[in-house]
Structure formats: C-alpha cells, structure tokens
Ligand binder design. Structure first.
Ligand SMILES: NC(=O)c1ccc[n+]([C@@H]2O[C@H](COP(=O)([O-])OP(=O)(O)OC[C@H]3O[C@@H](n4cnc5c(N)ncnc54)[C@H](O)[C@@H]3O)[C@@H](O)[C@H]2O)c1
Ligand SMILES: [Zn+2]
Ligand SMILES: [Zn+2]
Length: 374
C-alpha cells in the first residue's frame, strides 16, 4: 500500500502547492478514498485571496487534527480504496459522495441530529485535509454510497445542492407558494431547481449576469430580473410579478443591498431566508415587525444527501449544468489562482482526480419533474 500521494495544499494566501504528501493507512472508523471530482467553492477562493478564514494555522482543528498546510476541496466524490477496522457497509471500489462536515457525536447539537452545527463544526477541505489529492483519509460517517445511475461528476455537486436543499427546508416553503431567489450562482440556481420540485408555483430570480439569468430560465425559473435595469428597483417588480410579494425571499448573495431587496420583496407574513454569508446587517425593525416578517438563517445541511441522491438517481434532479467545466489536478494551482483573481469565470469548476478513471456509471435517464417529500 502506497504511503504518498500528490495533493493541492494551501500554505498561505497566494501560496498553493501541488506536492507529494504522506497519506496514512485508515485507522478505526476511517476510509481511504481516491477522490474523483472536486468542486471549487467561493470559500476556497477566499482562502487563496485573503485567508486564512476557516483554515486552522496555529492550533489544529479539534476533530480533524489538521492545520495548514492543508489539502483543499470539500465538494467531492470518490472511490473507496481501503477501509479501516470497524467500518461496515463500505468496500474497496464503492463509489461515494462525501458529506464533508466533521461531527463529534456527543455535543447537544449532534445529539439532537443537528450535526451541521456541532460545537466542533468543521469541513474536510477547510479545517482538515480534503479532496484535491490522489488519496484522502476520511471518517466513514462522511461517505454515502452512490447507486450506479449517479455519476461521479454529478456527485461532486451534491454538496452545494445540500446547502440549497437545507435552505428550502428551513424556509418552510410549500406547494403553491411563491419565491424570489436573489443571486443565481450555483447555490441560488440549485435552490430554484429544488423549489420547482417542491411544487412552488412561481419563482422569480434576480441576477446581474445575463448568462446566469438565461441558465435560470432554461432550468424552469418563471421570471428573471437584472437588478441594474429596473425602473423602481427589483423589489417593486418582484411584488408586481408575485401579486404583493413572495412567500419566501431567498438571499443568496451576502450583501446589505440584497438583504434589503429580500426584505422589500417579501409579502406580509412571509419569510426572508438568509443563505448568503454577510457580516453585520441592519434592517428597519418597524417595517419587519408591522408586516410580521420572519428572518431565518440556514447553514450547511443535515440529512440532505440521501434525498438528493434519490432525486438524481430517479432522473428528477439534473446536476449536469454544473459539471461542464473540468480541469485535471495537475493544473489545479493555475486554475484556482485564476479563479481567485477573476481571470477565469464559470458557474462551477471541477478538479478531476484519479478516482474519476476508476468509477464507471450508467447514464441517468431524466423523467418529468414531480414533487419531493417535504
Ligand atoms: N449558508 C451556507 O451554508 C452557505 C453555503 C455555501 C455558500 N454560502 C454563501 O451563499 C452565497 C452564494 O454562493 P454561490 O456559491 O452561489 O456564490 P456566487 O458568488 O457564485 O453567487 C452569487 C451570485 O450573486 C450574484 N449577485 C451579485 N450581486 C447581486 C445583486 N445585487 N443582486 C442579485 N444577484 C447578485 C452574482 O452575480 C452571483 O451570480 C455566498 O455568499 C456564499 O458564501 C452559504
Ligand atoms: Zn462549498
Ligand atoms: Zn457535536
């Protein structure tokens, strides 16, 4: 069994290195995998531009034991290479999606099933070694076996899809309701796809990028708005299109201005759901109280992967629009630096690692959209 692998490691802001690193054999409850596809996330780019934000530098993370230099990549699929003692239900050759959050299993949040807000919260790929490597060692609880109809590239998109599914669950939205989704990046577009599956009646998307607005329309979003091109502001148009405002406004950008837009777009008694990561936000308390607006936050995900894997396997959720841009691990330093400096754009870039050559799968057949369980 080999003890080294090639990995993309963050050493410091602007200092990424593709290098040979030691990789241990899996211990009790651990699995060693060959990563297949690894999505590049905005949070990876923040670490490259002006980190560290989440990456531990001086003290190792409590659960992972990891600190810089650290292997990036938290949105990934893989093929099992070997399993450690005590691991059941996984065997070499299994194709898996990685749900990358560490959990202690004993804090109050973990005990109540809310492991995504564990006291020792962290992600493989940010607070411990992640997927941009030839081999990775992970706790077995992170791994979900994939049916043959889910391909490994789509499986790398399950992580942002889980963020989106958790947000739609947190919003309490249901069939016949209306929604505005502000920000149509990968997460916003995935929110739109999942809202459609939930039977939401009308979905309005707000997004400055023409390409992303066009993609949203092709995914079944009813109306799209360019925020820079409305006479009285996008919220006014949303209220007109939705007869008084949205049941739920999803804020998926992370700015004060888009938070204001979300509040101004929601109907009386409705909900503003915060997904975008912003610092200090302020709002008009009178307006929010008088209209009984609920403001809720959503972070990460819990128990979302099984439902998403079923949806993809049944052909109800098409993640292919997010898998078009792939680059090999050998070029990852240049690709990530270009993305971080805005020299390269695209909806989602996937880094292709050695596991992609091993895991074969059967193409998904898409059927008509129907509702998912709530
Ligand atoms: N809560 C969580 O658990 C969680 C998880 C992942 C990402 N996030 C956050 O969600 C947000 C979206 O993530 P993403 O990966 O889709 O990022 P992204 O940057 O690709 O998408 C943001 C989109 O917002 C658009 N936008 C910018 N200004 C706008 C405006 N004034 N009006 C409308 N749209 C505007 C951008 O053009 C872009 O398409 C980010 O803030 C990210 O940090 C939160
Ligand atoms: Zn991410
Ligand atoms: Zn915990």
């Amino acid at each position: 069994m080999t003890n080294t692998t090639t990995a993309l490691r963050w050493h410091a802001p602007g200092d990424l290195r593709l290098e040979e690193v030691h990789v241990r054999t899996p211990g009790v409850g651990e699995v060693r995998v060959r990563p297949a596809y690894v999505g590049v996330c905005g949070s990876d780019l923040h670490e490259i531009v002006d980190g560290p934000h989440a990456i531990p530098v001086s003290r190792p993370h409590g659960l992972s034991g990891g600190r810089a230099p650290l292997v990036l990549g938290h949105e990934f699929s893989a093929v099992v290479e070997s399993v450690g003692p005590g691991v059941e239900g996984l065997a070499p050759g299994d194709r898996v999606a990685v749900e990358p959050n560490y959990r202690c299993g004993t804090c109050a949040a973990c005990q109540s099933g809310r492991y995504h807000v564990c006291e020792h919260f962290g992600f493989a790929g940010l607070m411990g070694d992640g997927g941009m490597a030839g081999l990775a060692v992970l706790p077995s609880y992170m791994l979900h076996r994939l049916p043959s109809r889910v391909d490994l590239a789509q499986a790398a998109v399950l992580e942002p899809a889980a963020v989106a599914l958790h947000a739609t669950r947190r919003s309490g939205i249901g069939a016949g309701d209306t929604a505005v989704v502000i920000g149509l990046g990968p997460v916003g577009l995935l929110v739109c796809l999942l809202l459609r599956l939930r039977g939401v009646q009308t979905i309005v998307g707000v997004e400055p990028s023409e390409q992303r607005r066009a993609l949203a329309l092709s995914m079944g979003v009813d109306h799209v708005i360019d925020p820079s091109r409305t006479e009285n502001g996008p919220a006014d148009l949303v209220r007109k299109l939705l007869g008084g405002g949205a049941t739920v406004s999803f804020e998926v950008v992370g700015h004060q201005s888009t938070f204001d837009m979300a509040l101004a777009s929601v109907r009386s008694g409705g909900t503003v759901l915060l997904v975008g990561l912003a610092g200090g936000l302020h709002f008009d308390g009178f307006a929010a109280v008088n209209a009984e607006i609920t403001i809720r936050a959503s972070v990460g995900y819990n128990d979302c992967y099984p439902e998403l894997i079923d949806l993809v396997a049944q052909g109800q959720l098409d993640l292919d629009p997010f898998t078009g841009d792939m680059e090999p691990l050998a070029d990852a330093v240049e690709v990530l630096n270009d993305l971080a400096r805005g020299r390269r754009q695209g909806l989602k870039t996937l880094i292709r690692c050695a596991g992609a050559d091993i895991g074969a799968s059967v193409p998904t057949v898409f059927t008509n959209v129907s509702q998912v369980r709530t």
